[in-house]
Design a protein around this ligand. Sequence first.
Ligand SMILES: Nc1ncnc2c1ncn2[C@@H]1O[C@@H]2COP(=O)(O)O[C@H]2[C@H]1O
Length: 815
Amino acid sequence: MAILKCKKCDFSKKVPERYVDAKVRCPECNEVVTVQAEAEDLALEDVIGMVPEDSAPEPARRHEAIPEEELTRKDAPLGDQPGIFEGGAAKNIMAGLASGIVTVMISIAIAGLVFSQGPLADNFHHAISMALISAIIMSMVVAARSGIACSAAGPESMAGLFLFLLTSSIYHQMGAGPAEALYPTVLASVFVAAVFTGLCLLAAGMTRSGDFIRYVPIQAVGGVLAGIGLIIIIQAFNLALGTNACLEELFMKYAQMEFCIKWAPAAALGIVLFICIRWIHNAYVIASVLLLSMGGLFGFLHYEGIGLAQARELGWLFAAHEPDLFWLQVYDVGFLKQIDWNVILDHAGHYAALAGLVLASTMIRVSEMEVLDSRPIDLNREFTALGFGSIFTGFAGGMPGALSLDRSLARRSAGAHGKIAGFIVALVCMSALAFSHKLLPYLPRFIPAGILFALGLGLMWRWIIETRTRFTQKGDYALLILIFLLTSTMGLLPGLAMGAGLAMLVTAGRYGSVSVVKHDISGAHFHSNVDRAPTQIAMLKTKGDHIYAMTLQGFIFMGTTNNLLEMILDRARDEERLPLKFVLLDFTFISGLDSSVAISFIKLKQMAQRHEFILIFTNVPFELEAQLGRAGCELDDPYGGSVTVVSMDYALEWAEDRILEEEDMLTIKQQALPSLLAPIFPEQKYIPALMKILKRIEVKKNKPVFSQGDPSDAMYFIESGMVNVQLELEGGKKLRLKKMGPGTVFGEMGLYTSAPRTASIIAAENCVLYKLSTKVMNLLQAKRPEIASSVHRFVVSLLADRVSGANATIRDILR
Ligand SMILES: Nc1ncnc2c1ncn2[C@@H]1O[C@@H]2COP(=O)(O)O[C@H]2[C@H]1O
């Protein structure tokens, strides 16, 4: 072992031997520290660290433990859904009302984004209806079908931006054609996008391919979403200014006073909203900010003596419009005849990309909800719910939507734990739809612009800043930035296509199709290198199945950890075997981790707490442990039910000790050497004579009996205490070959071959040994050859036992 000891803040931590002389940053104060070799060999207690005495894991620190019935990963029946009024009717209704106001405002903002091109902007009120229809239907369907109580779905920034690109592209393609075909074609393309996205979600949910989507490289999705964030911010400025400019044009204009006065309130509101959405996560706070800013504008207008009509002319408020039930046109033959279906077909790439991103983002958001909720959520069921919602939305004349993590969290912290909140949101949106022609003329223009600004900023922050620490390999983050730049400069579709291609190549090249689990084995077959008494070995053969050891390999990413989690869950639920108490995961063959893996390990820790087993991570590279820690997953977290241990051998020894302790067999009654030898020595009658020629010595804990390479002059019998047989490797590294206890011998190889010592022997405890020197052995051979021959046979049978033990281990590993 080596030690990381920071002189600045006194932080100290044991780290694996191979980090000796490495320069690392102190996890506490960030000071650069050189890792030092530790002076003495470690005792087992040192290695294990501060695992609580009581081996039963402490209750979850951050989350409540979830009962077994809720573990419905594969087939979550509807009955498992949250109740209608769960958490109290009044609380849910209030939370639903606040979320409803937020949803209406966000729907208006997304509508502004979708219809911001040329004459489409004149039909902004239609886009608002389309967005509200989506919010109503998706809120109701998701409330009825989703397994997440606070699930918020409807118009959403990423899908909104896609629709903006779709409508702009159609607008540019058809600009020269007949004007009457443009609007029906644009509307139809939005409805087709909703139905197509819904069908894809439904197909993924019904074929249960949700877990397969977990393989989508996170860098590609993250880079594209960050790019989307930037484009949304540009569009937020355009909405505030009533322009249609690109980034450079906006840069030219932003400082001019007449523009500044229009974009500054939107940007200020955007920043405040961004902070509320990201860190406060509360629907009441967000709704209050929106209502207060509206009040602020009317106060300002009143103070300045500006009338509403004048404010509309100045571009502060939206224009009034006549009420119409435009979406019913969808089923009007005249309307259908005007649609240019070729143009719609030309945009097949847009629909496919939109559906792909909605699928991938749903997968990421559901995974994050799983961690926050501390329980598995059936991804396929969420796909199915969103799929139905999106299809109904398309047929009712609404725009495609998606699941929103931020809005779901805001709804949850406002107290929405029952389904009713989703229906209340739908009711609020219905009222807004019915009165939109009356309300819109009173809506300040900077509000939807500010919301878009906050949504765009949120996407960029989430994917460019927050995820940075999650990437264990610098290349992953660089790839994300590359895809972000491609998306922002070349456009969404080329960026998406190139990004996905690049990320898939990288991931496939790194990992291929090799399973993350190199081998898994039960503790009944695979034991630590500790020489134990025959009764203890027999006990471990019967009870060792409480231990499940796995060696991991290769490059781990979310898709592969899913398989690992399922293997462990299957083992934990296997009632035909002994209850699972210890899961050992060895990282020796791990070459790297993807960013998303932290979430999987957090889930694994939550599973450990639910099923009451202890997770022991072994041979974890220091950088990976630090990276996972920064991403929110502490591996060495004794009170959270997981520990890191230097090697699989020590971890096995510790778990075995706990099992023996439980059976009251950890300490074997101390016996004198003659009685220890009696059952195993070939001829018992020679034991008293042998004892006379042995020399008793005592060795203190941690002191060497001899060191590797020393000349060999004796072999030793152990009467009490344990010794470590330690191989000294190049570069000062040490490897424990064996731990030996009472009744056995060591140093026999040197005695018989006269070669230098092949390993060092260090006392792991205070020991009493009996020494048989070469000189005395030679005398014995000459004077009492029958006793010498008995000793030879004893040593041979011990060596034979050791070899057959090693063979059994190899056989089990290869099984
Ligand atoms: N792989 C091993 N397993 C168990 N004991 C060992 C192993 N290798 C060496 N030893 C013991 O460690 C001792 C080191 O000194 P010797 O080589 O004299 O004799 C050696 C054996 O008794």
